[in-house]
Ligand binder design. Sequence first.
Ligand code: PLP
Length: 439
Amino acid sequence: MNERTIYLDNNATTPLHPEVVNELSSSFKLYGNPSSMHFFGREALSRVEWAREQLGLLINADPSEIIFTGGGSESNNMVLKYFLSAAYSKGRNKIVTTVIEHPSVLETAKALEKEGLDVEFIGVDSKGRLKIDELEKAVDEKTALVSVMLANNEIGTIEDIKTIASIVHKKGALMHTDAVQGLGKIKVDVKDLEIDFLSFSGHKFYGPKGVGGLYIKKGQKIGTFIHGGHQEKGLRAGTINGPGIAGLGKAAEIARLELETEMEKLAALRDSLQAGIVNSIPDIHINGDPDNRLPGTLSVSFPGAEGESILLYLDLAGVAVSTGSACATGSLEPSHVLLATGLDIEYAHGSIRFSFGQFNVKEDVDYVLSILPEIIEKIRTMSTFRPKKDNTGDAKHRGPVISRKKDNTGAGRKQVCCSPMHPFDAKHRGSVISQEGAE
Ligand SMILES: Cc1ncc(COP(=O)(O)O)c(C=O)c1O
């Protein structure tokens, strides 16, 4: 491994905060089953309930409105799948969501569609913002649930959930938001946003992996997701993950206390990297909404340089980032999010996501800027995928034949694999690729 390592993949997962590590190690000693009535059980349960309070404080909810799950994917599945049975009983058999959701929403919605639910996927504009006019047309008296992510994991765009929720409620439907990327990074107030269900995950804000939760507004019903014991109000059976939940609670406490300072710090790092890239590398495109995106997220397209090659060269230099596409299996599938914003396929292929976290410093930005221009230049010189400018100044695609297949989420567009310039041999490649879909 390179002597110097810089982690710029905090949207994939974050390192544990040292105070979370302390909380975990002390909570692991509380081995009683939180559901047991004796002293050992009560001792473990008290940490779980403390954590519930911390989550409530972070999102302005009552602790009784929080249930703990095995993470963001589970929370999203739990909400969406409930509406398969519930929707029919109320005569509402439609779910509306967006084309840029995380696969745990997108794939669940597609599975429900196969089961007979009516599902509509709403598009986004070039900055990744939900098309409100499309939403207004789609949500009707048959709609049970609308699920729109708070912030996108790839481009960082923050959706206008408050406006969306008010449209949804006017039509008598319920509002779910996947806040996995937003929690601990931006202010989230469930009352102000008028949300009915909100998913979150510990490992995106310095907490442990495999633990997350769901906010369920008082008065809203949701069905049992895992049958068995009575844990978590009978909605999710299974012995409670006491230490994990306590660690998540500690992460929520830290996030609440440090949110504003962190937001400022991350935005400053992100902006200085963006300015440096704009000043030193020609022909680039910044993805997402520059005026309203997650403070630590920067998605950049470098047309003519395959994202996977850039990732691998940066990895060799000790810098960890992620790309919106991967060529590991020989067929390259660009990010459904980038394509949904209308980005050209070669721009989507040449995209890199830099995501900052609490432990990054200004020197990380300086280091990336000291190596990135040369890496891009090198790849662009070698690439068979180099778009050439024609005399109108438009980038022209030159390279392998592209075959596209489109479904209504945009996720099915496929491309015959390019030939990216890999600094590694094929054997090494599979193990280091960080791809959005793999998160
Ligand atoms: C927006 C979003 N939703 C859901 C998830 C899934 O969360 P978890 O890894 O806790 O299942 C992720 C993880 O990448 C995400 O970015």
